[in-house]
Design a protein around this ligand. Structure first.
Ligand code: UP5
Ligand code: MG
Length: 192
């Protein structure tokens, strides 16, 4: 069953671990009235339960791997359906072609716009390791695995949307404000 909202707008915020997706999406929410759907946050909330599913999610995140698509898509679907908003910025999803295909099958809507936060690896690693919020995947071993998964499984998703003309690449190495000044005009230009 597809999501029951008639006029729904999706923007995707994609990029490697520590590229600043969460930070920039929060500013987009604040400035342009979107609802923020962080796939990672939804999964972290779900994993705090000690159910079998919670344990599976925890093990997957600890390994820097991708949680089965149905699990993540269902969480996103629930969040959409319980929101009053009709504009959503999805942060950190889809992370693989399989994720994307499952999402399109279940939700049935394509994104208007895909923002790619393109940050150099050294900077991403530095940011993640200095975050200090107790995330089980913020250690050097898991970060290396997250980077590898990003390159092998997530970049093909960006290639797919690039071929459809939907990707806007933002150079994401500067300060939070500098980066947001490059993000801001996308929303005026695309009328989203
Ligand atoms: N920071 C941000 N911007 C900065 C700047 N310009 N200058 C200096 N510092 C900056 O930023 C990271 C840190 O850097 C923060 O401390 C921030 O203050 C600072 P943040 O905005 O959090 O970056 P973000 O790209 O969101 O980094 P995050 O670590 O959240 O990215 P990941 O993609 O690794 O994490 P996510 O939560 O999306 O996924 C985690 C795991 O969940 C995945 O590895 C995977 O195992 C699982 N997952 C799935 O399986 N499926 C999904 O669909 C989603 C997640
Ligand atoms: Mg994040």
């Amino acid at each position: 069953s597809k999501v029951k909202v008639p006029f729904i707008t999706f923007v995707l915020g994609l990029g490697g671990p520590g590229s600043g997706k969460g930070t920039q999406c929060a500013k987009i929410v604040e400035t342009f009235g979107f609802a923020h759907l962080s796939a990672g946050e939804l999964l972290r909330k779900e994993m705090s339960s000690n159910s079998a599913k919670g344990v599976m999610i925890r093990d997957t995140i600890k390994e820097g791997k991708i949680v089965p698509s149905e699990v993540t898509v269902k969480l996103i679907q629930k969040a959409i359906e319980s929101s009053n908003n009709n504009k959503f910025i999805i942060d950190g999803f889809p992370r693989s072609e399989e994720n994307r295909i499952t999402f399109e099958k279940i939700i049935g809507v394509e994104p208007e716009l895909v923002i790619f936060f393109d940050c150099i690896e050294e900077e991403m690693v530095k940011r993640v390791l200095s975050r200090n919020q107790g995330r089980i995947d913020d250690n050097i071993e898991t970060v290396k695995k997250r980077l590898e998964v990003f390159v092998t499984l997530s970049l093909p998703v960006l290639d797919y949307y690039s071929r459809k003309g939907k990707v806007r690449k933002i150079e994401a190495n500067g300060t939070v404000e500098e980066i947001f000044e490059k993000v801001r005009p996308l929303f005026a230009a695309e009328k989203v």
